[in-house]
Design a binder for this molecule. Structure first.
Ligand SMILES: C=C(O[C@@H]1C=C(C(=O)O)C=C[C@H]1O)C(=O)O
Length: 363
């Protein structure tokens, strides 16, 4: 290397070393503050509420407002989430149940929301995630609720109806599907494993690029990657987490048919969140089976000036041809307009259950 260049590099590297030392000192100073907050909470009998989703959302939104680059918001948000995760785990790492196995998009969602310091506990089914949190074996649970191309996850919606758990957060994850295999060319691929939903999300790509190659649906994308990692000729469609877990090279990246493919997850806990300033409230309601019933249910929202961000109907199991509605509205249940709308809904609906208020996902 050129001596002048080495000299210049040396100056900048000294600067970086000095900044790193300052960052380290500041990170530990911040960690001590978070410990202090934890100590105050336990002194006031709030030891069980150490994790505060609304406060974390506010911290991240503020960081994004302050950020002037060159680092993009996505990167600084990632760092600060990890910092909060590490600070929180100094006291007691959070136990997070999620729909496993490791290597699924649910794992990525849990890590995106709670950071790498959380203790992730994979579960076999969505039912098990609910049970683990209800039984207190895990403090929080992460379950998929809807995909932008495939629609609602029915099992999650059905379980929310009967569960005492509250929604205390949402995570929105961009879903990128990759074709991964030990084979090095498409021509060598004789079968493709994946979860049925992922096969559906890559249906057109598969018709075009691997016509006639059998598609085999298995329990999860991670299981598909595991199979493809040991079977010659096999490929899997799965996400980055699975390719890393099974050290399976990605042959073709981003093969999802819909470029804006996202999945939304709910974070479940035994309490919901306080107001963060930009919140949502999820509820389930049902109307008696008469003309105009749905309109009567939705009118109170409009009257109070509350926006609805999602409406999903599911058949009620109890009575044939009756429906329950899953509604997401903007705002926190403690805000006056939302309070007014909820009171009017309670008077109108045959059944109303408030699933929780929580901060809108921070991207
Ligand atoms: C430190 C606190 O507790 C936790 C840690 C946070 C953090 O590290 O910034 C934020 C919210 C809580 O999950 C707090 O409530 O301020």
């Amino acid at each position: 290397m050129n001596e002048a260049m080495l000299k210049e590099l040396g100056v900048v590297r000294d600067q970086i070393d000095s900044i790193d030392a300052q960052l380290l000192a500041l990170l530990n100073e911040r960690a001590r503050c978070a410990e202090h907050v934890g100590e105050i909470k336990s002194r006031y009998g709030e030891a069980g509420h150490v994790y505060r989703p609304e406060r974390e959302a506010q911290v991240l939104r503020r960081i994004q407002d302050l950020n002037q680059g060159p680092l993009p918001n996505e990167s600084v948000t990632f760092f600060f989430r990890e910092v909060m995760s590490a600070c929180l785990s100094l006291e007691n790492p959070l136990g997070i149940a999620f729909l496993g196995p490791l290597g699924t998009f649910s794992e990525s969602a849990a890590v995106k929301h709670f950071g790498h310091a959380a203790r992730l506990v994979p579960q076999t089914t969505i039912d098990d995630v609910f049970r683990e949190v209800e039984a207190g074996h895990a403090q929080y649970g992460v379950v998929p609720v809807e995909n932008s191309t495939e629609g609602a996850v029915g099992r999650t919606l059905d379980l929310l109806l009967g569960s005492p758990l509250k929604i205390c957060g949402e995570v929105v994850l961009r879903i990128h599907q990759h074709l991964m295999s030990r084979e090095t060319s498409l021509g060598a691929i004789t079968k493709v494993y994946s979860h049925a939903q992922s096969l559906a999300q890559c249906h057109e790509w598969l018709n075009r690029s691997l016509p006639g190659v059998p598609r085999i649906s298995v329990g999860s994308n991670a299981e598909a990657a595991r199979l493809a990692s040991v079977e010659p000729g096999a490929a899997a469609i799965a996400g980055e987490a699975a390719s890393e877990r099974y050290e399976l090279p990605r042959l073709v990246e981003n093969i999802e048919d819909e470029p804006n493919n996202t999945t939304r997850f709910f974070v479940l806990g035994r309490h919901d969140a306080g107001p963060s300033g930009a919140d949502k409230t999820s509820l389930i309601m049902s109307a008696t089976n008469r003309p105009g019933a749905v309109h009567l249910l939705l009118a109170p929202l409009a009257a109070a000036g509350v926006s609805m961000s999602r409406l999903e109907s599911r058949p009620a199991r109890a009575a044939l041809w009756e429906y329950v509605f899953y509604v997401d509205i903007e705002g926190h249940r403690d805000e006056p307009a939302v309070k007014t709308a909820l009171a009017a809904l309670a008077a109108e609906a045959a059944y109303l259950k408030i699933l929780g208020s929580y901060p809108q996902a921070v991207y």
